[in-house]
Design a protein around this ligand. Sequence first.
Ligand code: PMP
Length: 357
Amino acid sequence: LRLTRPDLDALPNYVPGRSPADLARELGLPEAIKLASNEVPYGPLPGVVEAVAGAAAGVHRYPDMGALALREALSERYGVHVDQIATGCGSVALAEHLVRTTCLPGDEFLYAWRSFEAYPIIAATSGATSVRVPNDAGHGHDLAAMAAAVTDRTRLIVVCNPNNPTGTSVRRAELDRFLDTVGEDVLVVIDEAYREFVTDPDVPDGLTYLDRPNVVVLRTLSKAWGLAGLRIGFLVAQPAVAAAIRKVVTPFSSNMAAQAGALAALAQEDEVRRRCALVVTERDRVTEALRKLVPDVPDSQANFVWLPLGDRAVDFGKACEARGVIVRPFAGDGVRVTIGTPAENDAFLAAAETALA
Ligand code: PMP
């Protein structure tokens, strides 16, 4: 008996970071440290818990399907029209909606590899054909090769900036050239899940490209804004593109608690900036320390760092776990480590030193 699509059998599962409670139990430790999912370690922003609790009183009703209050707040914050915004159940859901909105079966969805591991999964489940363009020797997007890989079947391209999991980023001049070469017939998504951690002034804000009709900027409230568990992300695009996405979004998938939590978080921008600055200071410290062990750690503009360990990646991940630190190995390629609190980072660096000794 076969009730589901046969092609799904070969599809990998999206693998979330391991639970620290699980690992602590296994190791018999009071707690383990999770540096595996690019979360910010400082807890919910002030006011978020109260806002979510307040929203709970209304949960017998459906939420505002258009998330209008949230879109208005985002519109004001980012200087774009509410019609240009769509919200979704995390930016990963919006990425899936973008594939479904642009690609018919056999159409091509082009992205760099390695990049965010959800891209190949959403391509496959949406019937699009994945075209992966290998990163360059510095572990960053090879935009010239990506432009050269565009065909008349290419309907969607993602530029992940900064790139998950390598932390690398593309500069304004390169992105300008890329967009000029690709032209305006293909939708180009700039996935900026980690934008708030960018400190290099040459790394452009995707929102400055919205005068191009084919550019979409994807953002999330999961990382710098500390709402990973509420599942809320948004995109900014031309009104026609945003309207198409709002049609494709699963009805009511920006839930009531998420909308309320996001509004409360957006009121805490000063605190977000303060937290991001702490993360950036630690990112630079951790990078410098790691380079004594692994010289070719690339510069990161995100809240994680990449260790290009190749075949040693999985063993390194296991060695860190044995010391109570959960990181994210990608077999045969490298290990991504989220920046935590200074104490968490110290524990990781001690584990890394032993693992690589
Ligand atoms: N894009 C990138 C590049 C990411 O790294 C992530 C999270 N790992 C997402 C999108 C999705 O984030 P969320 O669904 O939590 O908004």
